[in-house]
Design a protein around this ligand. Sequence first.
Ligand SMILES: [Zn+2]
Length: 362
Amino acid sequence: MRAVMALSGGMDSTGLLMRLLADGYKVSCISYEYGQKHNIELERAKANIAYLASKGFEVEHRIADLSSAMGLFHSALTSDEIDVPEGHYEEEAMKATVVPNRNAIFASIVYGYALSIAIKEDCEVEIALGVHSGDHAIYPDCRPEFYDAIGNAFAIGNWDSERVSFNLPYIDGDKESILRDALNACEKLDLEFDTVFANTNTSYNPDELGRSSGTSGADVERILAFHAIGRKDPVEYVTSWEEVLKGALKAQLRHNVMKENGTERAFTGEYDKHFEEGTYLCADCDLPLFTSDMKFDSGCGWPAFNTEIPEAEIERIIDNSHGMKRVEVRCSGCNSHLGHVFDERQGERYCINSICLEFKEE
Ligand SMILES: [Zn+2]
């Protein structure tokens, strides 16, 4: 069985390579240099190929230099003028990390490479791709319909295209399923899982030493995936694993509450019993929402305020979910969910999720 794949040096494609080897494929890999700020991923990919060779696995590895062509494009991943955004992977700001037409370009090269191998070696070749459902929200060129359409176009435009097919084993999976799969594959191949994944990079903005900040959206997703399978990420971060995990869990909770109308558990929020002098800002857009003078101890388990900063113009929406009639409050700056407002005997009580707030001292 013959496969070609794009090995970015990230965790998804690295996991895919382990799976293909465990399934008995002879694999050829291609990596792309496209002016990415995180081109340390190429060094990590090379290190893994060398590690595999030392363990007796011969994997052909080619690097295609596309930096002059893709230098024409505008993206936070390649342009010095745009900073890589931080936060949760599925947030709007992450769109800055889209590289225009990237997967169309990568797919056409890998297709040409696969077809060349099919003809040269007179065999059928599978193009394996590590794309998964978690990518679809922000990266439209990771969606299955995109690969269906482009695969169809390539088949129409090439002789011998019946010898090449696409294999997307993780299209319905996520980063966690990729890691679990890789764990099994490494065991089967007698490879060290930690060595393999120490030789990867996921961060879009690693420091000079190649360490991940742990705060970019891609980092957060990776950290949560390692946490989900009960392992510590072997890659080096700027701070300790405990610190980056704490940050990732916070980013996840913030996303869940503010973007998916979740509620943090009572008595767990940082600002529930917090009574310093200052201002509470929206954690997403920094709009000042409340002052410490408005805060009181309601005993309900969430930060409570009796009024809001007038300029905040917090939006009110009737919320009939969970069989209750409540008034939901949302930030007027970024439309994030904040909590609810209740009409009580003493007046109004804004019941706000702590995770939606950022405190600024006076
Ligand atoms: Zn806001």
